[in-house]
Design a protein around this ligand. Sequence first.
Ligand code: BES
Ligand code: ZN
Length: 614
Amino acid sequence: MKPNPLLGVVLFVATITPLHAEPDPHSYAEPLKVSISALDLDLAVDFSKQELAGQAELSLDWHDAAARTLVLDTRDLHIDAIEAIDARGSAAAVSYTLDASDAILGSALRIELREASPKLRIRYHTSPKASGLQWMTPQQTASGKHPFMFSQSQAIHARSWIPLQDTPSVRFTYTAHITTAKPLRVVMSADNDVHHALDGDYRFSMKQPIPSYLLALAVGELDVRETGPRTAVFAEPSLVVKAAKEFEDTEKMIAVTEQLYGPYRWDRYDILVLPASFPFGGMENPRVTFATPTVIAGDKSLVGLIAHELAHSWSGNLVTNANAQHMWLNEGFTTYVENRIIESLYGKDVATMQLVVDDQELLVEMADMKPREQLLVSDLTGIDPDEGLSGVPYDKGRWFLRFLESRYGRADFDPFVRAYFDHFAFKSITTRDFLVYYSANLEKQHPGKVSAAEIDEWLHQPGIPESAPIAHSDRFDAVDKAATDFLAGKLAAKAIPARQWVTSEWLRFINALPAKPDAAQLAALDKAWKLSGTGNAEIAFRWYVATVRAGYTQARPQIAAFIERIGRRKLVVPIYEELAKSEDGKAFAKEVYRKARPGYHPITQASVDKALGL
Ligand code: BES
Ligand code: ZN
């Protein structure tokens, strides 16, 4: 058969035209004119200077014939030289300007080219205060023997360690050559070799195109344990055995997710356990999730976080939000998938309890939010994506998907979601792209099940719509009864039937405490159940907030130990915020923070500074 020339044109246009292109308010780049298709990094990791130094080579796809300027995102980068490389491989210096720095966006790097060069080489080094890197002294690690560094690129910090188009609407492949001191190990969001010699010289390749926020690097004294044919855990030596045990079910998680949504497309799925100052719970860096050690509770009770980061291998890393305004496509889908994984692995009871807790906590959180902040899709121009983070894209997004699931039924909704992941694989999309696909592939086949007004309300109105399905857990009925009786003085603390409770049951109980709990009641609870000092970080931070509200100051030594050891923003910021509400609490918080601050990541420092009005 003769090839149809028109078909070729259509396919070509379909692959280069962003689906529904819209400007990214968090990037200076102009990807409709020219976009990065590949990145080749060559960097030396210098712990004494706390800098990465070397070069980035960018391969360019020119889409606009008249364009000659390439605008890149940077923050606190020192540019040493820029050369254009022509088709024959010869390099020539080019001129460029670095704009003044914007507090949120950093500095645009404007490179003037004489022709549409296929490649560009940028020699540069980073600043010790790079917002996307944390440099740690040996004392800040478990063994105390070697320094440690890691990156956190999401949302817009890749630009602080690599000059690039720092917008998720652009995807590219990458290679990297990283050198460092022996015997440190280098890990990247690429093809890590668990058997690599600790020789200080590492090469990586990521063949699937990824957005910039998934670029990741970590260097430190890292041991490794394989937990399956395509899974392993990297961690500091003293933690690696415990970590491998905690995460031993990872292969099972991958298998159930593949059952639901199709093959895992990234070859390996490893987990890197970072020092406790990692500012997030987890980060879905492709092929190697970065995780906080605070999920290692000892009883696998917090591995839902791994389910979440793994789910991003479909929702987020495969199908990516084109900019932060559509973050629900990443986080809402992922929170939905996370719960489906938990349901498959641990049963409906456990999954439903988590939903009920999350629904309730979202409603509480939204009660204090401006209507604009409650929208699933909203204009984030001028808003720092780190500060704009809330439960809305996560749990309102997940609730919206459960609403669709409840109306269409799993028999039709599950294949739809799977086909959506396939259809948009390795693409960056907006809510409009989702809606067009939804209309053609679910709504049209089952007209009348969901109205346009209902969809609009979920996406574009504040609050939670009336149409939201209400999750109910029978197991919580018992918890609620215990809480009511205990609070009314009818049930002694030690008589609470909590011996078999899982994490969600404790969260439900703590959330049932009044806004200002009674200090004597908390003391009784603490005596009976040893809540202060618990190794379960999710229970701990909610409990500590309750103790502060109650004025139960006996918990302060444990609070101090917790916030000095842990730098995960979600766990420590609510405690600081609650302490800051009283004079005495604020003085205590400032005292602890003085010691804790140097160990925190810049992202956590910024949030705590704000909470304490510094
Ligand atoms: N991708 C996020 C982390 C993130 C989001 C970093 C936005 C920077 C900007 C990651 O998947 C995540 O959601 N982590 C959660 C874990 C969770 C909800 C189980 C976290 O870190 O708490
Ligand atoms: Zn996530």
